[in-house]
Design a protein around this ligand. Structure first.
Ligand code: SAM
Length: 481
C-alpha cells in the first residue's frame, strides 16, 4: 500500500512526481473494447454509499469510455432523494478529472494496484467536493473514508484520510511544479491539442466554457404561447429566467429544475433545447410551402422546432435509423405534433425515399460533440484520435448522399455540435471541391465566428453550446448546361 506517513513535504520539492502525473494522463487513453460486465451496484457491495457509487461511475467513464448519462440512469440512485447531489459529484468529477488526477499523482507515492483503482477515483471525488462544492472539508473527509469501507477496503481509510489532508494542506503552495497545460485546463492531451491548434486565439476561453456548468435553456413553442407569457409563468412558480440573446424563442433558467416541474412542459408549450441548437431551424429558412427533410432527426429536437415554426400540415419528413425513431415519436407525442417519420438509412436512400426531391434539407450529422463538452464531460474520455477520421468520412458520406435528394434551387444546412475544423469547414472544403454544382451561401440569422465556409458558435457564446452551420445551395442550372 502506498505510504503517506510521515506526511511528505509539499510536492513542489519533488519534481520526479511530475512524471508520474503525466503517466496517469496516458492511462486515460485506455478504451474499453469489450462490454463491461459488472453493474455499478456490484461495486458498492452490500453497504452501498453514494460517494462510492459516484467514484465507480467516474472510473467507468474515465478508464472505459462509458457513457456518463447511461451510467447515471442505471445507477442505484436514479430517482432517489440524493440523486441531484450524486449527479453533481459524478458530472463535476468527470469535468475536472484530468486536473484532479495530476494532484493525486503528486500526492500518491506510487499508483494504486489495478484492483484498488476505485480508490483513486474515490479520492478524486473527494477532491472535487473540496474544490467545487460547499460541503465542509471535514464532512468530505468523513464520507470519503466511509465510502472506502463500504467498498470493503477498510485498510484504505488511513490512506484516503492522509491524501485528502495533504491535498488540503498543499494544494495552494506558492509554486507547483509545472502542470501540463492540458491538465491545468482539465482536458485530455489529445483533445486539448486539437482545440488549441484549431483555435489558437481562443482555446483558453473554449476550455473554460467547456468546464462550466451548462445552463438549462428552454425553447418556447411560439405557436402555442409567447416568450413573455412563458417567462411570467416561470416567475409565478419562483423560477427565475432570462430571455436568450440570439434565439427569439429561448429562455435560460437561473437554476436547473426537473423538467416536469417546468410550467407548460407537459402541455407542449416549452421544450428543453440549447440556444445554438434553436438557431438551426431558423436558419434553414422555410417560409413557403416547401418539401423539407430533417435528415439525422432523432431525438427530434429540431424536427419539432421546424413544425412549430412552419405550422402543422407542412411537408416535413424526419429520417433517422430505425432504433432511434421511437425518440422522435415520443417527442412529437409530448408536443402533440405530427411529422412523416421515416426509419431509414440516409446512406441508402433507395430503401426509403419516395423520389420527391426536397427544397430544404437540415443535416445535423453525428459528430465528436466537442462543442457540448460542458453538457457531456465524458466526451473528453470517449473521443480518440481515430474517431475523427471515422466521423469525417461518415459526415462526408451523409452530405454527399442527401445532396442527391435536393432539388435544384434548394439548399442543405449542414450542422454539427463540434468546434473542430475537420468536421466542419474540413468536410465542406472536400465537398465543394468535388463538383461545381455547390454554392456556399452566407449564414444570415446566426451570430458567431465566420469561418471560411460557415458560421461557428463557440461554447458559452450567448447562452449556447458550440455549433457549426454551413448552407449549401444547388444552383438551378449547373455550369456548362
Ligand atoms: C446529432 S444527432 C441529431 C440530433 C437531432 N437533429 C436533434 O436536433 O434532435 C445525429 C443523428 O444522426 C443519426 N444518423 C447517423 N447515421 C445515420 C444514417 N446513416 N442514417 C440516418 N440517420 C443517421 C443518428 O442516429 C443520430 O440520431
Amino acid at each position: 500500500m502506498p505510504s503517506l506517513w510521515p506526511p511528505r513535504p509539499a510536492y513542489p520539492h519533488n519534481p520526479c512526481r511530475f512524471r508520474r502525473g503525466a503517466l496517469h494522463g496516458q492511462q486515460l487513453e485506455v478504451r474499453m473494447t469489450k462490454p463491461y460486465k459488472r453493474s455499478i451496484s456490484d461495486s458498492a457491495k452490500s453497504n452501498f454509499h453514494p460517494v462510492a457509487e459516484a467514484a465507480e461511475v467516474v472510473r467507468r467513464v474515465v478508464d472505459h469510455g462509458e457513457s456518463l448519462d447511461r451510467l447515471l440512469v442505471q445507477s442505484n440512485l436514479s430517482g432517489q432523494r440524493s440523486e441531484p447531489v450524486f449527479r453533481e459529484i459524478a458530472y463535476g468529477t468527470c469535468r475536472h478529472f484530468p486536473h484532479i488526477d495530476w494532484h493525486l499523482g503528486m500526492l500518491l507515492e506510487r499508483p494504486l494496484r489495478k484492483k484498488d483503482r476505485i480508490l483513486h477515483f474515490l479520492m478524486a471525488v473527494g477532491v472535487y467536493q473540496i474544490e467545487h462544492m460547499r460541503t465542509p472539508d471535514y464532512a468530505v473527509l468523513n464520507e470519503t473514508v466511509r465510502a472506502a469501507s463500504s467498498l470493503g477496503r477498510d485498510w484504505a481509510r488511513k490512506l484516503i484520510n492522509a491524501v485528502l489532508r495533504n491535498y488540503l494542506r498543499e494544494r495552494n503552495p506558492g509554486k507547483l511544479p509545472e502542470m501540463p497545460e492540458h491538465q491545468v485546463h482539465a482536458f485530455t492531451e489529445f483533445l486539448f491539442d486539437l482545440i488549441r491548434s484549431d483555435w489558437p486565439e481562443r482555446y483558453l476561453e473554449i476550455a473554460k466554457a467547456s468546464n462550466a456548468r451548462p445552463p438549462l435553456t428552454l425553447r418556447v413553442n411560439l405557436a402555442k404561447t409567447s416568450r413573455d407569457k412563458a417567462i411570467q409563468a416561470l416567475k409565478e412558480n419562483a423560477m427565475a429566467c432570462t430571455a436568450t440573446r440570439d434565439s427569439p424563442a429561448g429562455l435560460t433558467l437561473s437554476s436547473p429544475v426537473p423538467v416536469k416541474q417546468i410550467p407548460g412542459f407537459c402541455q407542449g408549450e416549452v421544450s428543453v433545447q440549447d440556444e445554438s441548437a434553436q438557431l438551426a431551424a431558423l436558419e434553414l429558412g422555410c417560409d413557403t410551402n416547401l418539401n423539407v427533410l430533417d435528415a439525422c432527426a432523432a431525438p427530434g429536437g429540431k424536427t419539432t422546432h421546424l413544425i412549430e415554426l412552419l405550422g402543422e400540415g407542412r411537408s416535413i419528413t424526419a429520417v433517422d435509423l430505425d432504433s432511434r425513431c421511437t425518440l422522435i415519436h415520443q417527442n412529437l407525442a409530448r408536443l402533440g405534433l405530427n411529422a412523416n417519420v421515416v426509419a431509414g438509412d440516409l446512406l441508402k436512400p433507395e430503401t426509403w425515399w419516395d423520389g420527391n426531391p426536397y427544397d430544404r434539407i437540415l443535416l445535423d450529422v453525428p459528430c465528436s460533440g466537442s462543442g457540448v463538452i460542458r453538457r457531456h464531460p465524458d466526451i473528453k474520455y470517449r473521443r480518440k484520435p481515430r474517431d475523427l477520421d471515422t466521423l469525417h468520412d461518415l459526415q462526408a458520406s451523409l452530405l454527399a448522399s442527401v445532396w442527391k435528394l435536393l432539388c435544384p434551387g434548394g439548399h442543405v444546412l449542414y450542422v454539427t455540435c463540434s468546434i473542430l475544423h475537420r468536421e466542419n469547414d474540413g468536410v465542406i472544403a472536400d465537398f465543394v471541391a468535388q463538383g461545381d454544382d455547390r454554392e456556399v451561401l452566407a449564414i444570415e440569422k446566426i451570430p458567431g465566428v465566420a469561418t471560411r465556409f460557415g458560421m461557428q458558435r463557440l461554447p458559452g457564446f450567448g447562452d449556447g453550446d458550440g455549433f457549426y452551420y454551413c448552407k449549401i445551395r444547388k444552383p438551378l442550372r449547373t455550369a456548362g448546361e
